[in-house]
Design a protein around this ligand. Structure first.
Ligand SMILES: [Zn+2]
Length: 76
């Protein structure tokens, strides 16, 4: 399954590549959006939540660090 995160592609491009760890296939685009959603809802910072996201291997979010993306979304 591939997401379309063209609107945040420049954000995703700023993230480092990440090849290791269990979350490498989680979609960094969705992780970024999840971080922002948690922030706006007042949900405590919880990067482990990205493990529940769908996997994605296509587009700008490919092989990006989903934890980093979540953190960025939460802090932006
Ligand atoms: Zn996604």
């Amino acid at each position: 399954m591939t997401c379309n995160h063209e609107n945040i592609e420049s954000v995703l491009d700023s993230l480092g590549k990440y090849q290791g760890g269990g979350q490498r296939h989680a979609c960094a685009g969705c992780a970024y959006l999840l971080g922002g959603e948690h922030k706006s809802k007042g949900t405590p910072f919880n990067p482990g939540a990205v493990d529940e996201l769908q996997n994605s291997q296509g587009g700008a979010q490919r092989h990006k660090n989903a934890y980093e993306a979540y953190k960025l979304g939460y802090e932006t």
